[in-house]
Design a protein. Sequence first.
Length: 132
Amino acid sequence: RVIFLWMAILFGAIINVSAQTLKYYSTDFCYKVKDEHGYWTKWTEWKPSNCLISVSLDRRVINIYSKTIQEFDIYDEMGESEDDSGHSYTLCCIDKDGLRCRIKFRLQDNGILQMYVEYNDAIYVYCIEERN
């Protein structure tokens, strides 16, 4: 239940938009895409990753500072959900090219925090750690 409390505090901050920026570093990255027949491929192998991710609550913007800087404007919140392996909080976003996506912060029951960037034809996952 400590994990649930942490999730409530973290994502409660997103809901209650305040002048705050949350910062994370990615540790690993993987993805999957839809093939030419519209079926999802298998997840790629995890690869080491080290990029800064910032969530600006007052500006409602998420930035991923990878080789190519990715910026997402938050336009809606789908809210919190729970399944048998963790808790999630999902945001509806638009990227710099005008494409809609969902960004989901997920805390696994094993303590691993992940950020999913979900498009209709691709899903990217970053394992993330809070920046001190």
